[in-house]
Write a protein that binds this ligand. Structure first.
Ligand code: NAP
Ligand code: MG
Length: 403
């Protein structure tokens, strides 16, 4: 019997919904609790509990993350009309991720988990590419007008100090479309801090791209703020041998495709939306994508990028064994435990996180895999297993690594 690793500060544990809630319990029972004297502050973000507490539980979980510094979150249902009926909800509660993100004011970093037998579509990508998407403003908080007749379109600003600024957007000679969007220095600055913190954390170069040659004031402000914030982190980055690199978005796209990978690519909201889908698809599988929310003051929330895998859950409810991939959820746990270990100076916890991830790689490299990965694997003979068998195989490898 190995002695369990002790923790000092609890993790914020956010349970979730459907198939991932099933995996959550399996992961804890098989891969965490036998080895770690786990301390968590538990918040049930399952849809029923959110409904019962009028979503207060989500706010409490986010506040706990502010207080304790590290959280691990299971995927959760974002209600829509269909879910309202399915779960007899009182209201169409907001996306928990949206609520947590607005309380922590964080940036989401998505990184693929790569293995030798799954080749990215871009064959020169040797290392994962992390996308950091600014999740505030721009076209996502824009207002629009459809003008049916000719007229003057203007952009107007009335300052609280009585100042007034007005520019003509266009003399519309006929029907057309108009859009007004904004961002704030505060949000851009928070984004920049999160990006530099995460680069230092993961020892990776940071790239940032906008279109400031065309958008001199709007995108120009993004570039300027990043340069200012960089000054605060410059020494630390130089010591680590990592760099900050700014380039135009079109140049960045070309460089990314030609690169070997291995860096963080910070994107404005729309660019991040589009590029994260491109990068994740090119790396293989949504089930192999991790996601971490980093706040500008250094609080962390780890999760998988995928959802609750509803289709598999309905099969599970029918008594069928599923072959749902738990890797991204396991890496959410290892990421959170490692970070807790770093913050509390518990080396054993950090080593355990490494061993747990190592055991996942040992299993995958032996060709033992869930259904989603089997068709993607090259150069080995994959063996398809159920989620339970897959987790059992990981446990076997974990025990070997810890022996
Ligand atoms: P999803 O849960 O990510 O699943 C979409 C499909 O991707 C699945 O049907 C499955 O394909 C495949 N997939 C995703 N994760 C997988 C895994 N771990 N192992 C194997 N296959 C996997 O997305 P969704 O069906 O659009 O959304 C379901 C629910 O999740 C929704 O209620 C949504 O609100 C929520 N959601 C939550 C989060 C979050 O909490 N972060 C994120 C996204 C969505 P096959 O069916 O073809 O096998
Ligand atoms: Mg998208």
């Amino acid at each position: 019997m190995i002695e369990k690793i002790k923790m000092t500060t609890p993790l914020v544990e956010m349970d979730g919904d459907e198939m991932t809630r099933i995996l959550w319990k399996m992961i804890k029972d098989e891969l965490i609790l036998p080895f770690v004297d786990l301390k968590t502050e538990y918040y049930d973000l399952g849809i029923q509990k959110r409904d019962e507490t009028r979503d207060q539980i989500t706010v409490d979980a986010a506040e706990a993350t502010k207080r304790l510094g590290v959280a691990v979150k299971c995927a959760t249902i974002t209600p829509n009309a269909k879910r309202m009926d399915e779960y007899h909800l009182h209201e169409m509660w907001r996306s928990p991720n949206g609520t947590i993100r607005s309380i922590l004011d964080g940036t989401v970093f998505r990184t693929p988990i790569t293995i030798d037998s799954i080749k990215p579509v871009v064959k020169n990508w040797e290392q994962p590419i992390t996308i950091a998407r600014h999740a505030y403003g721009d076209v996502y908080k824009s207002v629009e007008i459809r003008n049916e007749v000719p007229g003057t379109a203007k952009l107007v600003f009335d300052g609280e100090d009585g100042s007034h600024e007005e520019v003509v957007i266009n003399q519309m000679k006929g029907a057309g479309v108009l859009q007004g969007m904004h961002n704030t220095d505060k949000s851009i600055r928070s984004f920049a801090h999160s990006c530099f913190k995460f680069a230092i954390d993961t020892h990776k170069d940071l790239w940032f791209s906008t279109k400031d040659t065309i958008s001199k004031k709007y995108d120009g402000q993004f570039r300027k703020i990043f340069e200012e914030v960089y000054e605060e982190y410059k020494d630390q980055m130089e010591k680590l041998g990592i760099t900050y690199f700014y380039t135009l978005i079109d140049d960045a796209v070309a460089r990314v495709v030609r690169s070997k990978g291995g860096y963080i690519w910070a994107c404005k909201n729309y660019d991040g939306d589009v590029m994260s889908d491109m990068v994740s698809t090119a790396f293989g599988s949504l089930a192999m994508m991790t996601s971490v929310l980093v706040s500008p003051d250094g609080k962390y929330e780890f999760e998988a990028a995928h959802g609750t895998v509803t289709r598999h859950y309905y099969k599970y409810l029918n008594g069928e064994e599923t072959s749902t991939n738990p890797i991204a959820t396991i890496f959410a746990w290892s990421g959170a435990l490692r970070k807790r270990g770093e913050m509390d100076g518990i080396e054993g916890l950090q080593k355990f996180a490494d061993a747990l991830e190592g055991a996942c790689f040992d299993t995958l490299n032996a060709g033992i895999a869930t259904k989603d990965l089997v068709n993607l694997m090259e150069g080995i003979e994959p063996k398809q297993v159920t989620s339970a068998q897959f987790i059992a195989a990981i446990r076997g490898n974990l025990e070997k690594r810890l022996a």
